[in-house]
Design a protein around this ligand. Structure first.
Ligand code: NAD
Length: 340
């Protein structure tokens, strides 16, 4: 039996989640929703997805552009077990009542507040807390990247405190809304940034403080982490720990991966769809224990790291797989994510 998945919002995240869901043998895409005609709408049809308009008013626009739509979001929800809401941040909330009306489960993204669902999700850290819930929020790309490493370190050695500086990409590569910038922007200027509290929406006991700077790049985010652990460990212990995690990729500057540009090139050379890097890219040779504290750099591909988490969240909410690690392995295998 396959579960029926609808995607509301077929942009950067939505189209990637749709492709990843279509690769799984226990779920299928019953339709994707767009507000207006676009190349992405045409591509959805070309891939074999049924296309729905967000509202009745939008249908005429699609007709004028000769793009076939099968109805509205309302119609689609009649035939769905779960909806992945990948509409722009702060838009998703307007749909909550509609999802409630149709009795479908729903997964929102990190652009929404934790309070919308009261449950923020990460595959490794809290998969087993999802069953029985109607709604979940997959945390943002940055928070997903932070939770993956902090959960691993906390489980093995206990995290006493984490201090993180995030250098954030200013826009996605296909984005023209925010344009190129020629500046480094402390964002937010008032410290600390929201990323620490967002990590606490999943790992509530970790003492974490974050600051973030917007940078003139579209490729990836870069995190500089400084972590105090409760138990002693060596650099090799941390390398071995990360090496065993399902969504951490260790790379080395000795292989000439010295930048986010080269990390993205690696993903393309691996034949990844759209050149995506679903896993955290941690520089093995940045891992250092200095004066008893752990330091390292990691890069996060903002367009894709939350994609496998959405697939696992579908299994967790619909209770089609009880064991989180089994879901992670199944998702990884189906999309072609192997870290070792
Ligand atoms: P996007 O702008 O690329 O795509 C959003 C899609 O929703 C577009 O197809 C747009 O046409 C559609 N849309 C707009 N208004 C709509 C409405 N009212 N109803 C239905 N569809 C509508 O956005 P995105 O980058 O994919 O972000 C989606 C969510 O994922 C946000 O919560 C964002 O914060 C989160 N997120 C984004 C990134 C990233 O780096 N892009 C990373 C992680 C999480």
């Amino acid at each position: 039996m396959t579960v029926k998945v609808a995607i509301n919002g077929y942009g950067t995240i939505g189209k990637r989640v749709a492709d990843a869901v279509a690769e799984q043998d226990d779920m299928e895409i019953v339709g994707v929703v767009k507000t207006r005609p676009s190349f992405e709408a045409r591509m959805a049809l070309e891939k074999g997805f049924r296309l729905y308009a967000a509202t009745k008013e939008n249908i005429d626009d699609f007709k004028k552009s000769k793009i076939e739509v099968s109805g509205t979001l309302d119609d689609l929800l009649e035939n769905a077990d779960i909806v992945v809401d990948a509409t722009p941040g702060d838009t998703g909330e307007e749909y909550k009542k509609l999802y409630e009306k149709h009795g479908v489960r729903a997964i929102w993204q990190g652009g929404e507040d934790h309070e919308l669902t009261g449950f923020s999700f990460n595959s490794e850290a809290n998969y087993s807390d999802a069953p029985g819930r109607q709604f979940a929020r997959v945390v943002s790309c940055n928070t997903t990247g932070l939770v993956r490493v902090l959960y691993a370190l906390d489980s093995a050695y206990g995290v006493r405190k984490a201090r993180v500086t995030l250098m954030r990409r200013a826009a996605d590569p296909g984005d023209i809304k925010t344009g190129p910038i020629n500046a480094l922007i402390p964002d937010p200027i008032k410290l600390p940034s929201h990323h620490g509290p967002d990590v606490n929406s999943i790992l509530s006991d970790i003492d974490i403080t974050t600051m973030a700077v917007k940078t003139s790049t579209t490729l990836m985010h870069l995190h500089a982490l400084n972590i105090e652990l409760k138990k002693k460990c060596s650099e090799d212990d941390v390398i071995a720990l990360f090496g065993k995690r399902p969504r951490i990729r260790l790379v080395s500057s000795k292989d000439r991966i010295r930048s986010t540009a080269e990390a993205m090139e690696l993903a393309k050379d691996m034949g990844r769809p759209r050149g995506d890097m679903w896993e955290n890219v941690v520089w093995k040779d940045s891992i250092a224990i200095n004066k008893g504290e752990l330091y390292f750099f990691q890069a996060i591909h903002q367009e894709s790291d939350v994609v496998p988490e959405n697939v696992d969240a579908i299994r967790a909410l619909l209770e089609i797989e009880k064991d989180g690690m089994r879901s992670i392995k199944k998702t990884n295998k189906a999309i072609g994510l192997a870290t070792s």
